[in-house]
Write a protein that binds this ligand. Structure first.
Ligand code: HEC
Length: 198
C-alpha cells in the first residue's frame, strides 16, 4: 500500500476543538447520524457501539474490508488521537504513521471547516455509542486490486487551500450566488425563487 506523508501545518497539528460548545456538538451528532454511524457501528454483540463492522456492501473484488473501532478506547479506538490528527485524517485519509485509508473510508475534503470540527466534537462526546470498546476487526489487508488502484486511480485529497465556511443563509446562495442577484432572471422560473432575496 503506498504511503502518503502525514504533513499537517503546525496550526492544524495544534488544533483544539471545544468540548462543550452545544451548537457544535448538536451539529456533530446530526452529521454522525447521517455520515458515520451506519458504517462504524459494530455488527457483533457490542451494544451497538462504534467498534466497527465488516463491510458487506462492497463489491467482493475488493476483498474483506472492515470499518475500524472509533470509540474512546485509547488502544483499539481513537481515544489517543489528537484533534489535529483526526482533522487531518477526516480531510485526507492520512494517518500519523503515513498509512492511508482507501476510498472505503470517505474523505471529507470539501465540507466546511466547522463541520469537520463538529464531527470531532462528536467523536469526543459522551455519546454512549462511543463508549470505550476493545473489540476490533484485525487491520484490513488490501488485496492486489486495491493496491493497484491506489497506485493509479485513487489518491489522498489535499487540504483545502482556503477556509471553507458554511453558507450564510441570509445571503444569496447556490446558483443565486453564482449568477448574482441581478441575473437570477436568467434561470428558468422554477429555479428562481429560492435564490431571490426580496
Ligand atoms: C462507507 C463506510 C464508512 C463511512 C460512511 C465512514 N467510515 Fe470511517 N472508516 C471506514 C473504513 C472501511 C475504515 C478503515 C480504513 C482502513 O483500514 O484504513 C474507516 C476508518 C476510519 C477511521 C480510522 C480509524 C483508525 O484506527 O485508523 C476513523 C477515525 C474514521 N473512520 C472515522 C469516521 C467518521 C468520523 C465518519 C463520519 C464522518 C466515518 N468514519 C464514516 C468506513 C467508513
Amino acid at each position: 500500500m503506498p504511503n502518503f506523508p502525514y504533513n499537517p501545518p503546525p496550526e492544524l497539528a495544534a488544533l483544539q476543538v471545544p468540548r462543550n460548545d452545544t451548537v457544535l456538538l448538536e451539529r456533530g451528532f446530526k452529521i454522525a447520524a447521517i455520515l458515520c454511524k451506519e458504517c462504524h457501528r459494530s455488527d457483533r454483540d457490542d451494544g451497538g457501539k462504534m467498534s466497527g463492522s465488516l463491510r458487506t456492501d462492497l463489491p467482493t473484488m475488493f476483498g474483506k474490508v472492515a470499518s475500524l473501532n472509533i470509540t474512546h478506547d485509547p488502544i483499539h479506538g481513537i481515544g489517543a488521537w489528537t484533534d489535529g490528527k483526526l482533522y487531518y485524517f477526516l480531510r485526507t485519509g492520512i494517518r500519523k504513521d503515513d498509512t492511508w485509508a482507501p476510498p472505503f473510508m470517505p474523505k471529507f475534503a470539501a465540507i466546511a471547516d466547522n463541520d469537520v470540527k463538529a464531527i470531532i466534537a462528536w467523536l469526543r462526546s459522551d455519546d454512549p455509542d462511543l463508549a470505550s470498546s476493545n473489540r476490533e476487526y484485525p487491520p484490513n489487508k488490501w488485496n492486489f486490486l486495491v493496491k493497484f488502484l491506489t497506485n493509479t486511480a485513487f489518491t489522498a485529497p489535499s487540504l483545502p487551500q482556503a477556509p471553507i465556511v458554511v453558507p450564510d443563509s441570509t445571503q444569496p446562495s447556490g446558483l443565486g450566488a453564482v449568477f448574482g442577484r441581478r441575473f437570477v432572471w436568467l434561470l428558468p422560473v422554477p429555479f428562481r425563487r429560492p435564490y431571490q432575496i426580496g
